[in-house]
Design a binder for this molecule. Sequence first.
Ligand code: BES
Ligand code: MN
Ligand code: MN
Length: 454
Amino acid sequence: MDKALEFVRRNRERYIEELSALLAIPSISSDPEHKDDMMKCSEHAVDLLKAAGIENTKIHSTDGHPVVTGDWLHAAGQPTVLIYGHLDVQPIDPIELWDTDPFTAHIKDNRLVARGSADDKGQVYMHIKTIEAILKTSGSLPVNVKFILENEEEVGSPSLPKFLKASKELLKADIIVVSDSGMLAEGKPAITYGLKGLSYLQIELTGPNRDLHSGTYGGAVANPAEILARLIAKVKDENGRIQIPGFYDKVIDLSDRERELLGKVPHSDEDYMADLGVKALWGEAGYSTNERKGARPTFEVNGIWGGFTGTGAKTVLPSKAYAKVSSRLVPDQDPSEIAQLIENFFNENAPDSVKVKVTRFHGGRPVVTPIDNEYMKAAERALQESWDHEVYYIREGGSIPVVADFKTILGLDSLLLGYALPDARTHSPNENLHLPSFYLGIESLVRCLYYFKK
Ligand code: BES
Ligand code: MN
Ligand code: MN
């Protein structure tokens, strides 16, 4: 193990170069124009896996973007670890807010800045380098390892369930390790044991059959933009409670034990507000910020538009208004049931003066994983030793839809070991990977594989 750790320390510069090449491929899964880049990225990942010593690499085509697999299975009698990650990235807009080109990685303030650096190519790369370091220094791994890398995570992993069902033997393992989340802060390692689910919808309201002169018609005809604002305002009461009937029916309340655990995770509302530039926080009454973020379901407006939004003024009463809305879910809420409840809410509350059209987008089921298994203990030890700091157990507001599918289809729990820092700006301009955490993270993954050994 020590030789592998040494190897990681000696190879830091090469890691930056290699990772930058992976980050240069604009693998934006939501944009059909980048379809070929998803294959390019998969091929690039295969080259990296092979160079690390991973065998049986394969690119599988699916109904959507390709999936990459590979393995190293020569540790007889030892557990098999399935490593999951995603190679696709979010779109780069608003491009004008990036200080440099999103696909030309560069180092600034100890961070590698590029789209995908933290979410998730950088973290996938960490696992590949873990394997390489051990195999290059000792010729064999302490446990068996399999990889599954996908290209559709940022669009809800629509092709993955079918792939998992058809590949049960290929993916057979004892535990799944996912590095697609974050640390609590610099120097403070964390294991994520909960992820939220998601229901995402678009609401379209149509009032009059055309845009109207707001003087001639205003006051006599309902304005869909105003109706939409009223409907959205109705979703929550003044205590931040969601008013959609049935919304909380399947929510598992926080146990006293869990509140106690989450209460131990250091958090300062003051620092949080300062970082975000807000003078006050807002959320569901009766819950702390950590609980609201990680363990309570939410409803958000992701975008709202309609009517005239150009420069200057135009006096118009719009025919249409739109909103993209989403709910983050916690166990045992079901994404399609919640989508139905949201749809019903808008249909039932809209006045006769407008027509409602609802379109559903991707979703995902929430997960909370058990925190008492041997793999988690091993990972805790690896993280603890690498940072010489206690490990926090956290629940995240983000979603990784495939984690719930892993449980239901493969029957496997996932161990979420994330290395992004809170200011990694994932999905935002100037996304970045904190390099000291990245280097130490690889060391922690090396330790982890050794501690997984029976
Ligand atoms: N890596 C994130 C999810 C995440 C974020 C986990 C923060 C833990 C902490 C993932 O790539 C992501 O962005 N997921 C999407 C899923 C959606 C597109 C279905 C999300 O959460 O919005
Ligand atoms: Mn991710
Ligand atoms: Mn993401």
